[in-house]
Design a binder for this molecule. Structure first.
Ligand code: ADP
Length: 283
């Protein structure tokens, strides 16, 4: 499912003294089955953009097309419920939204709310648990007896049980330890590579953006500053630093090395030292 915006604008509290233009003339295309990272300083408009992807916010100007759905500021909104099934959003700290007494009930809540029969919802719950790397034994447990990392996986399973085509993730690793972060990021990558989901990831981590995404959108003061492959985005680190973003040492090192050697070692600008050494030795 392709997502495309044309002159998309969003203003909070329009026509009031607190009016705030949060999105300004956004023109982007997120291709079918792709992994896009959205980066940018706090307040640059990332969350506002993300909430347009499943109709939670509707443009105050321009339009957004998500598959067959077109949402315009001047049109009556129809079919938003169907859209929300196709585009699942995992908000920050999604485990805060768990509330049922068992994991199974929690995962089934979304699908049943959308009219999926109980038996089918239970099958989906089992499947979704597997996708997030937990066994069926968890189904009967209380979500509140689990560790923070496990609770987060349960909450993500609840979104996956809706069987979305696009998964939108707002800082999904916030608050996790380094190992938990890597596990969750690898899990999302597998959902992208092996299960055909598109991913749109809002992140502060330049490492994650450069490692997993096919495309990166850099937001700045409500506008798209740059949109391209990780290689294109990180090619001029000084531009990102000027925007207040931090460019990891590993990326700067690779770029410096490439300049010195006069070659491009890889499409990916963020190889590990081992990968860099191997690539150079086999060049
Ligand atoms: P980011 O996700 O990049 O931190 P946001 O999309 O949350 O940025 O915010 C973009 C701008 O819109 C910021 O200036 C922010 O203060 C403002 N904003 C966000 N939410 C609201 C709101 N509910 N009411 C008014 N202004 C808001």
């Amino acid at each position: 499912m392709e997502i495309k915006t044309k002159h998309l604008e969003y203003t909070y509290q329009k026509n009031s003294p607190f009016e705030k233009r949060a999105l300004i003339d956004i023109n982007i295309t997120i291709p079918h089955h792709s992994y896009t990272a959205v980066i940018g300083h706090t307040g640059s408009g990332k969350s506002t953009l993300l909430q347009h992807l499943n109709g939670l916010l509707q443009p105050t100007g321009g339009e957004i097309q998500i598959g067959d759905f077109v949402i315009r500021s001047d049109k009556k909104k129809k079919g938003l419920k169907a859209l929300r099934k196709k585009v699942g959003i995992v908000f920050q700290f999604p485990e805060h939204q768990l509330f049922e007494e068992t994991v199974e009930k929690d995962i089934c809540f979304g699908p049943m709310n959308f009219g999926v029969p109980e038996q089918e919802a239970k099958l989906r719950a089992k499947e979704a648990l597997k996708l997030v790397g937990l066994s069926e034994e968890y189904l009967e447990r209380s979500p509140f007896d689990l560790s923070g990392g496990q609770m987060r996986r349960i909450a993500i399973a609840g979104v996956l049980a809706m069987q979305p085509e696009v998964l939108v993730l707002d800082e999904p690793t916030a608050g996790l330890d380094p190992r938990g972060r890597t596990e969750i990021m690898e899990m999302f990558y597998s959902l992208y590579k092996n299960y055909g989901l598109s991913i749109v990831l809002v992140t502060h981590s330049m490492e994650d953006a450069s490692k997993y995404a096919d495309y990166i959108i850099v937001m700045h003061k409500g506008s798209v500053y740059k949109h391209g492959t990780p290689r294109e985005i990180f090619d001029k680190p000084e531009e990102l630093i000027k925007l207040g973003l931090d460019v990891p040492e590993s990326i700067r090192f690779q770029l410096k090395l490439e300049k010195r050697l006069g070659i491009q070692i890889s499409d990916q600008p963020n190889l590990s030292i081992e990968e860099l050494t191997e690539s150079i030795l086999s060049y």
